[in-house]
Design a protein around this ligand. Structure first.
Ligand SMILES: C[S@@+](CC[C@H](N)C(=O)[O-])C[C@H]1O[C@@H](n2cnc3c(N)ncnc32)[C@H](O)[C@@H]1O
Length: 208
């Protein structure tokens, strides 16, 4: 594996020194702007129960906690480095009983059926295995009428995606049409696509 692949494979699963650097980086800069853009399309109740899958450094858990001051937020990530950072960033809310961060994978969500109002996935579905199985799992844990929101920095149409897919093993950059197809195969309805064609940012939301 080349050095570039070694460093950037930490976006797929942060590990060790480079992984710790990567989760710190994820909490600022471009990820923050993308997250704010994606969340501008999401309405959520103040007391909502929210799940953020692939929570990375936990910045989006913190955003959800701010947007839902009477709600609860759970983060899940299969990287222990991400889980540790998310717990540090959201320590006060964890101590107050409003937040949990769990180590686990998107293809085996360890939650009861029908418990979340909103599930989000920022910059992470590129790496999920068996995408439709994962989407079915998200649908299972959502309440009826609950919403799943996917936010990606690359809409698969930028021309950069092939380069990144070569550098990061196992990555797939979904186009809006691919996400629409997989979401509807997993049983979602009312699929809405927001595509910033200048930046190639993508926000896809779907209802259970
Ligand atoms: C590029 S980072 C994005 C982190 C965060 N969502 C953000 O926007 O800053 C991708 C994260 O998804 C996690 N991830 C990737 N595949 C996953 C899976 N199958 N299950 C759980 N987490 C996963 C990685 O460990 C990593 O923390």
């Amino acid at each position: 594996m080349g050095l570039l692949s070694k460093i950037f494979s930490n976006t797929r699963k942060p590990e060790g020194f480079f992984g710790r650097m990567m989760v710190n980086g994820m909490n600022g800069g471009g990820h923050a702007r993308l997250a704010e853009w994606g969340l501008s399309f999401v309405k959520v109740a103040e007391d909502a129960n929210v799940l953020d899958v692939g929570c990375g450094g936990g910045a989006n858990i913190a955003r959800h906690l701010n947007r839902c001051p009477r709600g609860k937020v759970t983060g899940i990530d299969y990287s222990p480095v991400s889980v540790k950072k998310s717990r540090e960033v959201n320590a006060a809310a964890i101590a107050a009983g409003r937040c949990k961060v769990v180590e686990g994978s998107a293809d085996a969500l360890p939650f009861e059926d029908v418990c979340f109002d909103l599930v989000t996935a920022f910059e992470t579905v590129y790496f999920w295995p068996s995408i439709e199985e994962c989407f079915r799992g998200v649908r299972r844990v959502l309440k009826e009428g609950g919403r799943f929101v996917i936010v990606n920095e690359d809409d698969g149409l930028s021309g950069n995606n092939e380069k990144w897919e070569k550098i990061i093993d196992g990555m797939h950059t979904y186009t809006p049409d691919e996400l629409r197809t997989h979401l509807s195969a997993a049983g979602f309805r009312d699929i809405t696509v927001h595509n910033d064609e200048k930046n190639h940012w993508l926000c896809v939301s779907a209802v259970k």
